[in-house]
Design a protein around this ligand. Structure first.
Ligand code: HXC
Length: 515
């Protein structure tokens, strides 16, 4: 056969493979408001940058008449490309081919591209849209999932791993996204659960729709399994592109610097954000915007455990990870969910050389039977562990309340913050003046002629003595009491001076975080 004829033959084969599950299945996909797997890859990556591999991989299953079925690409598309010039490995499950179900060769295509990503030290993006383990392939499907989970774990902390849920992702299949760094979901399209509504109904007699059980809102607001929520697939891809502007390719690099920009001081006047009354709440995101370049803040898990705020911004062109208590929600307390949320983000930043900037304003850990029984001790310890373990530059600014365990946990000097600054409004104490006075002056208050008046006096005494930054400053636990307007200047200097920081903990195989 001449080269020309062989090329014609290649094109014919490619055409056949590129048709996916065929017209009908594609129509069904479109009717559900979903893009096809190839459209998704093309929309996400830079134009003409996608290079597909393993197009001709075929399944090898024989049982249940599988030997008579042709499944183009075995239901998954894999390859490499770029996002704003940033190299990535990518796979997208093709629901039009056997429901994107995962058989042996489907899994091998995924694990091959994951191995590439780990070897080439570039991020891996997985677009999930699948009915789960291919039922006809039995244990080979389970083996495939196991191989993926193993690689997710090996790649963790080495390359960024992104999961995009654009369809069903059910059963054990959910554990690959759960092992990755960022999970993106789209309203009405994403569905994630271990056991679906049918199983729940038959086992527990409870009725629930797929959407209410594991839709995008549920995972963004209640379970915390998702990090980014969007209304459409296109919006989701824009979010992914934005994320890539803040993170490095791998753990041996830093995020690319951007041109330096000042914050928008007209919109965010840092002197005016915190109310004079220390009991009044305010939105801590305005403090972040008042110090970050162009007042830009890329928030993560915005609607989950909103009592803590996490996300990326830039200071003098460099990516930083912000962690801040949010006085607007539950007074900014640490609880089970906010501890999980913060701890995981701190570890991501630490793995990928992103300095941490922490803003503190919290009355402590949330009291309550529910919290105690849900393991607030174990979950809260994750914050202590991750801050203590982190060796990236750590700068802490205490804005207002820093009480009790909350003071220690929020990247205090004792957990090895490099720099701790406090505003003159800071109150660093074992607990709030009201609670403290009620305990230590209980007898004096009870035995006085006018208990209410004595209580007020004692609270004021305690506040004067301890509810300020100067006792901590006198002990050297904070480095400087600064004016709010000086915050950006101090943080910039702290980041510059610690830019070459290199620290190693004691030699060990690995620590044992309070998972
Ligand atoms: C083989 C599958 C499949 C699967 C779907 N298909 N899921 N084939 N194995 N797991 C096929 C269907 O037979 C159908 O083929 C085509 O994909 C499209 O599926 P539909 O059912 O027509 O689509 P839809 O109505 O949109 O429903 C989607 C769905 C449903 C909700 C995902 O397909 C479904 O419930 N699938 C089974 C889900 C499941 O129980 N998976 C196993 C989970 S256990 P035709 O030829 O008719 O077009 C698991 C264990 C993993 O994953 C453990 C890892 C540790």
């Amino acid at each position: 056969m001449s080269i020309k004829l062989k090329t014609v033959d290649l094109k014919k084969r490619m055409q056949q493979a590129l048709q996916g599950g065929g017209e009908k299945a594609i129509e069904k996909q479109v009717a559900m408001g979903k893009m096809t797997a190839r459209e998704r890859i093309v929309s996400l990556l830079d134009p003409n940058s996608f290079h597909e591999y393993d197009l001709f991989v075929e399944h090898a299953a024989k049982d249940f008449d599988m030997d008579k079925k042709f499944l183009p690409g075995d239901g998954v598309i894999t390859g490499t490309g770029t996002i704003s010039g940033f190299p990535v490995c990518i796979y997208a499950q093709d629901f039009t081919v056997a429901g994107g179900s995962l058989g042996l060769m489907h899994a091998r295509k995924i694990t091959k591209i994951m191995d590439h990503a780990l070897k080439l030290k570039v991020p891996i993006i997985g677009i999930n849209d699948s009915g789960g383990a291919r039922i006809q392939e039995g244990v080979n499907s389970l083996a495939g999932y196991g191989e993926i989970f193993y690689r997710n774990t090996q790649a963790s902390g080495v390359i960024p791993q992104i999961s995009v849920i654009l369809g069903p992702c059910a059963g054990g299949a959910v554990y690959s996204p759960a092992l990755t760094d960022f999970v993106f979901v789209v309203d009405k399209i994403s569905k994630m659960f271990i056991t679906g509504p049918e199983v729940i109904k038959s086992v527990l007699g409870e009725e629930i729709s797929m959407e209410d059980l594991g839709g995008a809102k549920v995972h963004s607001e209640i379970s915390g399994n998702a990090h980014f929520f969007s209304e459409s697939e296109n919006e989701c891809f824009q979010q992914i592109k934005k994320l890539f502007t803040y993170i490095p390719w791998n753990n041996s690099k830093k995020a690319d610097p951007f041109p330096k920009k000042s914050p928008n001081l007209k919109l965010y006047d840092i002197e005016k954000i915190i109310p004079t009354d220390p009991r009044q709440p305010y939105d801590v995101r305005n403090i972040i915007k008042a110090v970050s370049d162009d007042s830009e803040f890329f928030e993560i898990q915005e609607n989950f455990a909103a009592n803590i705020v996490i996300g990326f911004g830039r200071i003098n062109g460099q990516t930083v990870g912000f962690v801040a208590n949010q006085p607007l929600v539950l007074a900014g307390v640490l609880d089970v969910d906010s501890s999980d949320k913060a701890a995981r983000f701190i570890r991501f930043c630490d793995s990928f050389n992103i300095p941490l900037v922490t803003f503190v304003d919290l009355p402590g850990y949330l009291p309550g039977i529910d919290q105690e029984h849900s393991g607030v001790i174990r979950h809260g310890a994750k914050v202590l562990y991750s801050y203590s373990e982190a060796t990236v530059p750590k700068t802490t600014v205490i804005l207002r309340k820093a009480y009790g365990g909350g003071y220690i946990a929020m990247c205090s000097r004792h957990l090895r913050a490099d720099f701790v600054f406090a505003w003159p409004t800071a109150e660093i104490a074992v607990m709030g003046p009201e609670g403290a006075a009620n305990i230590i002056f209980r007898h004096a208050i009870a035995n006085s002629d006018n208990p209410e008046e004595t209580r007020k006096r004692k609270i004021s005494e305690y506040r004067k003595k301890f509810a300020n930054p100067y006792v901590a400053a006198a002990h050297g636990y904070i480095d400087a009491v600064i004016e709010p307007s000086e915050t950006r200047k101090f943080v910039i200097h702290a980041l510059e001076i610690s830019s070459q920081k290199s620290e190693r903990g004691p030699k060990k195989k690995h620590g044992i975080p309070p998972f």
